[in-house]
Design a binder for this molecule. Structure first.
Ligand SMILES: [Zn+2]
Length: 463
């Protein structure tokens, strides 16, 4: 295949370049002006060709809760939004990916369903820590891209770690040279605040009061202190310095102050589109379609989150895609409404439209926060995350002059309820290409067969 006439977004540039891309056997083999046109031609006239986006935080619930989402619908939703690789969380499938047997069970359930490439995280829950730590993570490490942990958890099958347990997990993960991901909200604060707030009412604002800014800030401070304590020992500091792998990644940061605490430390972080797009006033108005954990925060956080995203203090953006059916989303009380929203299909369109087109972030930064930064963080940059010769031919082709209106009912995800319903985004994904194959086309829908998507960690380890 040869892609012609497109405006190609090459690494570290702020303007797209007019050139052609030749693809062979799933890889980019040549980039240049006016390449010989002796292949099947894909005309990208008027379009911007971005490296395929990476969504490094999804909950596709498969196996276990497939009424909420499964790997076919989840990866189809991602493909429709220009995403070519997702990394799925270990905690919202049953059994949770806390040991190698469970990993194999999940892989068997999903590998014939994915339409785009994927990787998996392992995890350490309160239960698995007690059962067989650290043997389980030593066994799992070659097959996963990181280990997810929680400071507070609403999932019965995946309990939180206390601070001492978290410290042991980070130490072991440093030795294994693999990042630990953590949900940063303070258990002690939220546990009691929830009792008080819940007794007072069941409106969105009551829910907010159970986990406000300070609940995140306390957790981020604790994480920061624990990482500092570990790295005060030369044994661990040396490994981190030599490998260049920062030991901890904080998922879905929602509060500006959290970023200030970890600035300059050996910790990375992500935010999600809903924290950039919405605030507490919106949650009070919208209610459950915007119920996520952590909850969106008071106005004032958003502008700083955009600033920190633009200047690199926030490393990248992930969707935290976690849909649910309508009956779970609307239970009659904000306390029992499912916490989580679909988002993988709107991740790149949102950032392209509201970030790049509205000039909050540069084109170079758009590519970093939607693709290259996550690829580097999770050790897949040799294959993914940029348009360069030798890499996988993964592209998101966007028509920058076309607008479209978000309609949750049309989502490929099983989750149809989105706070973005009715929003108009500038820039339409016209094609998504994974390893040289068109997996999604705006007019034709999902083209790739279920099972086309590869487990990238498996390939990585066979190389
Ligand atoms: Zn999540």
């Amino acid at each position: 295949m040869i892609i012609i006439n497109g405006k190609i977004v090459l690494p570290n540039v702020d303007e797209p370049v007019d050139c052609d891309i030749r693809v062979n056997s799933g890889k980019i083999v040549e980039i240049g002006a006016k390449l010989a046109r002796n292949d099947e031609i894909l005309d990208a006239e008027g379009y911007i060709v971005l490296p395929g986006a990476i969504d490094p935080h999804t909950h596709f619930d498969d196996p276990g809760y497939t009424e909420r989402e499964d790997f076919y619908c989840g990866t189809s939703a991602a493909a429709s939004g220009g995403i070519t690789t997702i990394i799925d969380m270990p905690c919202t499938s049953v059994p949770p990916v806390t040991n190698l047997d469970n990993f194999r069970e999940k892989l068997a359930a999903i590998e014939n369903k994915a339409v785009i490439d994927f990787g998996l995280y392992g995890g350490v829950s309160g239960q698995s820590f007690e059962q067989n730590f650290p043997e389980n993570i030593i066994e799992l490490a070659p097959f996963v891209l990181g280990f997810k942990t929680y400071f507070i958890s609403g999932m019965g099958t995946f309990a939180r770690l206390n601070h001492w347990q978290f410290e042991q997990v980070v130490r072991k993960a440093i030795e294994l040279q693999i990042p630990v991901l953590v949900h940063a909200e303070d258990f002690d604060y939220i546990d009691y605040a929830t009792k008080i707030a819940r007794a007072n009412g069941d409106k969105p604002y009551d829910y907010y009061l159970s986990r406000p800014e300070i609940a995140e800030v306390i957790a981020v401070q604790d994480i920061s202190a624990i990482v500092e304590n570990i790295l005060s020992q030369p044994k661990y500091a040396d490994i981190v310095e030599k490998s260049g792998i920062k030991p901890v990644h904080i998922v879905h940061i929602s509060t500006a102050k959290s970023i200030e605490i970890i600035s300059g430390k050996s910790i990375t972080c992500e935010t999600a589109p809903h924290y950039l797009a919405f605030d507490l006033d919106d949650f009070v108005k919208i209610g459950s379609p915007l119920k996520v954990t952590p909850i969106v925060k008071s106005s004032g956080n958003r502008e700083y989150l955009w600033e920190y995203l633009a200047n690199g203090e926030i490393d990248f953006v992930a969707s935290d895609h976690a849909p649910a059916q309508k009956n779970e989303k609307f239970t009659g009380s904000i306390w029992t409404d499912y916490s989580g929203i679909p988002g993988t299909g709107t991740l790149l369109p949102y950032l392209f439209s509201e970030g790049y087109i509205k000039e909050k972030i540069s084109l170079k930064r758009l590519v970093e926060v939607t693709s290259s930064a996550a690829a580097k963080r999770y050790g897949i940059y040799h294959r993914k995350g940029s348009i360069e010769v030798g890499k996988d031919a993964d592209f998101a082709i966007i028509d920058p002059n076309s607008n479209w209106k978000v309609d949750g009912e049309k989502f490929y995800s099983k989750g149809k309820i989105t706070a973005f319903d009715g929003y108009t985004f500038h820039g339409k994904i016209v094609k998504t290409i994974v390893r040289g194959k068109i997996v999604y086309d705006y007019d034709e829908g999902i083209i790739a067969p279920a099972g086309y998507g590869d487990n990238i960690a498996a390939n990585m380890n066979s190389e």
